[in-house]
Design a protein around this ligand. Structure first.
Ligand code: M6R
Length: 365
């Protein structure tokens, strides 16, 4: 099963190129139309929705956070994202004009299933995005979009995550096209850029060995902090979850701007901090955050697009990503950080594919 790879997690990280290529080939036709087969909506259906809820757990929840940004931007429909275990407590405002999206690799997660049941009972249209055909969630949905990531066996989710994000972006583009919210030029431009993503993932994976030495830093202290703004904050959350799952190191993520309102007190000499700075307009703000944590003694890894001399001069390590439009960076920025979680676990001698206390699908609430 592992082929030439030492672990399933590494194999699944490397499969992301192929998964993305297959998805794009399957979902986008020669006329640049997005086709979800039974999972898509008609123009009439899209125009009827006035509110979208997304509920999911763990990594799938993080995919939902990026999906919200894309859905609101392309469709103009307000979107609320919840961790599924909290969904019912907030008494969501659901009626026949609500689209409720549930994201789940396994399609069996109990918290997500009970959220789905609640949304269904209140009359929402149910869309499930899952990786497993005929899973319980798929059977209960009005529409299903399959993520086509292939079996994901390592407990730490990697390829399912990037494909969930991709599906949500394609869904947002398709819905935005159908409710005439996105203009055709932008629609085509984003689709063209999406088609280039798999090659960019290959570029990152070709340099995977560059990440290995950074595990010396993440294993050097009991806590690691991840900072980002906007979409990079979503990546920070997912990277932090990945690191804790595989390495058992205390990892936390913060919106970089919020960090100075208290959490910065946690920084002492040598504290590892990972900063994600891929959003062009937010790079100056991230440089301020970088300088702040460095001034307090942090050792840093900064993820950027292309090159940035100022960041390279300040940061202890820099991870350089190929250039893509800001909106699409979540599809690539997580990949070196998945590798960081992998190499950190390896450095500690942990069972990477089967971290302690975790199961692939959490089937109790
Ligand atoms: O199968 P699901 O996507 O519903 O699972 C949700 C979470 O339990 C899952 O993403 C978990 O957080 C992973 N172990 C993350 O790597």
């Amino acid at each position: 099963m592992k082929n030439k790879f030492e672990h399933l997690m590494l194999k699944e990280i490397f499969e992301q190129t192929e998964v993305m290529e297959n998805t794009i080939e399957d979902k986008i036709n020669g006329n640049n139309e997005i086709n979800f087969k039974n999972g898509g909506f008609t123009s009439e259906e899209v125009k009827n929705f006035n509110r979208i809820y997304i509920a999911a757990c763990g990594t799938a929840f993080h995919a939902g956070l990026s999906g919200k940004i894309a859905l609101e931007r392309f469709t103009g429909i307000p979107v609320k994202v919840n961790v599924a275990s909290e969904f019912r407590y907030e008494q969501p405002v659901i009626d026949g004009k609500t689209l409720a999206i549930f994201i789940s690799q396994s399609g069996e997660t109990a918290d997500t299933l009970s959220s789905l049941a609640l949304a269904k009972s209140k009359g929402a249209t149910i869309l499930v995005i899952t990786n497993v055909e005929n899973s319980t969630m798929a059977k209960q949905a009005d529409k299903v979009i399959y993520t086509m990531a292939g079996p994901e066996l390592s407990i730490a989710s990697t390829k399912a995550y990037t494909n969930q994000v991709l599906m949500l972006y394609l869904l947002a583009l398709d819905m935005g096209n159908k409710n005439d919210y996105i203009d055709n030029k932008s629609y085509l431009k984003i689709l063209e850029e999406i088609k280039l993503i798999s090659a960019k993932i290959t570029e990152i994976l070709d340099d995977s060995e560059l990440i290995k030495p950074m595990a010396k830093l993440t294993t050097s202290r009991p806590s690691v902090y991840f900072l980002g703004r906007y979409l990079d904050y979503v990546t920070a959350k997912e990277a932090s979850l990945k690191l804790k799952e595989t390495s058992y190191i205390h990892a936390e993520s913060f919106p970089a701007g919020e960090f100075k309102h208290g959490p910065i007190a946690l920084i002492e000499d040598g504290t590892p901090v990972v900063l994600i700075a891929t959003q062009d307009e937010l790079v100056p703000n991230m440089i301020t955050s970088l300088k702040d944590v460095k001034a307090n003694g942090a050792k840093t890894i900064t993820v950027i697009k292309g090159t940035n001399e100022e960041i390279s001069n300040i940061s202890d390590y820099v991870i350089s990503l190929p250039y893509t439009m800001d909106l699409l960076t979540p599809l690539i920025s997580i990949i070196p950080l998945q590798l960081l979680a992998y190499y950190t676990a390896l450095e500690l001698g942990n069972d990477v594919d089967k971290p302690r206390n975790l199961t692939k699908a959490v089937v109790i609430e």
